[in-house]
Ligand binder design. Sequence first.
Ligand code: ARG
Ligand code: ZN
Length: 880
Amino acid sequence: MRDGQPKTIFLSDYQAPAFTVSHTELHFELFDKHSLVHARLHFRRADGVSEDTPLQLNGQELELLALAVDGQKVASAHYELSDDFLRIDGLPQSGVLETSARIYPQSNTSLEGLYRSRGLFCTQCEAEGFRKITWFPDRPDVMSTYSVTIDADAGQCPELLSNGNLMHSEELAEGRHRAVWEDPHPKPSYLFALVAGDLQRVEDSFTTVGGRDVRLIILVEEKDLDKCAHAMDSLKRSMRWDEERFGREYDLDVFHIVAVDDFNMGAMENKSLNIFNTSCVLAAPDTTTDLGYQRIESIVAHEYFHNWSGNRVTCRDWFQLSLKEGFTVFRDAEFSADMGSRSLKRVEDAMTMRTLQFAEDAGPMAHPVRPASFIEISNFYTLTVYEKGAEVVRMIQTLLGEEDFRRGSDLYFERHDGQAVTCDDFIAAMEDVSGKDLTDFKRWYSQAGTPELSIRDSWDEEQGIYTLTVSQQTPASLGQSEKSPVVIPLAMGLLGEAGNLRIKLDGEMTDIESEDNTHRILIADKPTQTFRFTELPERPTPALLRGFSAPVRVDYPYSREQLLALVSRDDDDFVRWDAMQQLMVSALQELQENPEAALDPILETAVNAICSQILDPAVQADMLRLPSETYLSELASHAGKADVHGIFRARESLRKSLAKVFRERWASLFEGLRVTEPYAPTGEQIGSRALANVALDYLATADDQGVALARDYYFAADNLTNRLVALRAVLREGSAERGEELLEDFYQRFCGEALAMNHWLLVQAENSVGDSISRVRALMQHPAYDSRNPNKIRSLIGGFANGNAVQFHREDGAGYQLLGEVVEALNAQNPQIASRLLAPLTRWKNYAAGGDLMRAELQRLSELPSLSPDVYEVVNKSLA
Ligand code: ARG
Ligand code: ZN
C-alpha cells in the first residue's frame, strides 16, 4: 500500500530500459525470524541514455542495510529511497551495484516475493514480486544471467534450490549449509525462483531428441510422495509432444517441479524450477477427481511449454502478457486434445469461454487481449488474456493452416530467442511465413468485448441457391465506444435430410473433389456480407461455428426441428453439443415463463437420439447435462437482466422432468457403464464415469430409490469423482440427515488430506439446500478451513459466491455482505486473492433484484481506508 491513489500505467508510455543488468549475483541468508538478501547487479547504461539519468530500481518492503557501487559505499546525497523505488545517480557507464536487504518471509502473507508455506521457503515473482526480494529493474525486458547462493539451516532446509544448474554445495558452521546455483540462460526477474525446505524427491529422466539426458525431479512433502506419478508421466509426455509438434527441445540438464500448499495461482514456470500449487500437481484416486487429473496433465504441460513460449522468448512488458499466456494455453489445449479426446476438449473450452470469459468481456473489468492500461497487473491474469488469447492464436492457425502456422512458430522462436518481444512480433512472424496480411486480424488484440454474429438466410427453391447473410457487431466497452469489424473464421457446414451436403460457393470454378467438401471456413470481416451456396438439392440447415472456430456469439433463429436435426446428424461434435444446449435453454426459458409447461417433445426426441448414438461418452455426458446456472445467467444478462431464482427453479423443474421421463434410460445407462476395473484416469474410464454419473444424478433426482442408490454409490466409490457425484446428489435430493451422514463420513475419511478437504468445503459451499450462509460462516471457524490458504478460501468463499447463486443472491443481501467481509479482511492480507474473490459482486448490473445491494457493498468497500491497488482497481472500475 502506498500514499495517494494508485496510478494507471499505459502501454503507450512504454520506454526501453535506461540500464541493463547482464549478470545478477544473489546471496540469501535464510533464518527463522528474517532473511538477508545480498545482491550484486552488473549494470550498464543503455546506448544513447544521458549520463545524468539515474538508475531506478524497484523495491518494496525491503530494509536497506548496505549500498555500494564498485566496492564504494554510496553517499546519501546520491541515492533516494522510497516505498517503491531506489534511485541512484552519478553512476559510471557500467559497474557493479551492491545492496543488502533484510526481509521477513515468515510474515509475508501476500504469497508474492519470498514467503513461507508450512515452513518451506518459496518464491512467486510473476508479475512484480521480485521487487519484494531485492532492488532490481523488475520488468520483463531486463534479462540477466543469475548466480545464486543460498545459506540455511541444514536440518530445517535440507533442500536448497534455485534456477539452472547446481554448481557447488558445502557445509557451513552452526549446522548451516550452502548451495550455489547458476542459470546460464538470461531471464527476466519474474522467472527467478528459490525453494528451501524439507522436501522429498521423486526422480525420473528424459532423453531429448537431441540426446540430452535430463533429470526430472518432483519435490513434495514426505506424505505426498505417492501422489507424484501422474505429474511425472504428464511431464514426460509434454516434453516429447513439444519436440514432435512444435520442434521445441529442453535446454538444461535438470527440471524441477516443487509442490507448495499456499499458492495464489495454479503454477509458475520459473526457469527449470517450476513451482506448483499442490492442487495442480498431486494426484491420487481418493483425493483427485477425473477433472483434477486432466487439469494436472494440462498445467504440467502448460508450465513446461512456457520454457520456450515465455522463457526463451519472453514479453517486452506486461501489456504483452497474452504473447506468452495465450500462445501457451493454445499449446496446452492442443496437447490435451492429442492426449485425450479432441471433441471433448473443444466442447469444454467453448463452455468455459461462453460461460466465464464472455461474462468478463461484458463486465466492468472488460479488457482487450492486449490491454492498453492497468492499475495492477495482477488483475490481468484473466480468462481474456489466457483463454481468449488462446482462441486468437487458434484462429491464426485456422487462417494460415497448420503447416504455415508451424513454420510461423519456428520463425518466431528462431528470430526472437533470448529476447523480450511483443504480440506484434508474433504476428509478424506469422505474416512473414504465410505472406498473409494480418493487419485487420490484429483488432482481436486491441478490442475488448465479444463480437456478435447475426446470421439470416434465404432459400431459392428453383435455383437451389441458399444464401447466408452474416452481420457482425462488437458491443461498446469502457473507453471503446466505437468498434470495427474483426476477422472471424466461421467454420460451417450445410445439413440436409440425409446428412451433410456438398458445399459449393457461388463463383467457385468447379467442384473441389476433396473429401472435405462438406466443410467450409467463411471469413466474416465486414459489417455485413452474404455467402451464396449453389447447386443444393434441398433447403439446408446451417451448422454454424463448427469446432467453436471463433470466440463469438452467434444469433441464428433456429427452429427446434432444426436444432434436433443438428443434434442428431451434424458431423461436428461442437455443433451437436451446442444445438442440444440451445434446445435445453429454450425449454428452460419456457419454464421460467410458464412453470407448468410440459416437456418439449423435441427435447425428448433429442435425448433419445443422443442416448442411442455411438459418440464419445464424455461428450455425450456433456450433451445430457443441463446448462449451468452460471451460463444461463450469462445468457439472460446478455439479453437483459438475470433472475437467478427463476433460473434455479426452472432448472430444478427440467431436471425433475428429464429424470422421471427417462427413468428407465438412466437406469440402463448407469448399469451398462459401471467401470469394474480399478480406477485409472484413462480417457476411456473418464468417459464412462462421466456418462454413468450423469445418469446417476438423474436417478437420484427421480425418486427415493435413486437417492438410496446414490448413497450406496458413495460408499462403494473407489475414487473421488464417483464419491463427489453421489455426495452432491444426496445433499440436493436426500434428507438433511442423509446429507449429514455422508459429509461426516467424508470428513472422517479424509480430514488428513488437505486436497480432499478443499472438495469437502466446496461441496458444502455450493449446497443451496438450507441456510448456506450460516453453514459457510460456521465452516470458516472449522479446523478444516484456513483463512490464509488460497485453496481453502477459493473453495469455501469462492465456491459460495460463484457456485451457489440462489443463496449468494439472497434477498436480504446477506450473501453480498459475507463476501464483502471476507474481501475486506483479505485486502491487507492477500490483495491478489481479495480482488479475484470480488468478481461476482462486480456484475451487479446483471441483476434486476439485488443489483442495488451488490452495488452498496462495493461502495462500502470503496470507502475503506488503505485499499490495495488490486482491490482499488476492481472496486472503482465496477462502480464507474
Ligand atoms: N505464469 C503463470 C502461469 O501461467 C501464472 C502466474 C501468475 N501469477 C500471478 N501472481 N499473477 O502459469
Ligand atoms: Zn502460463
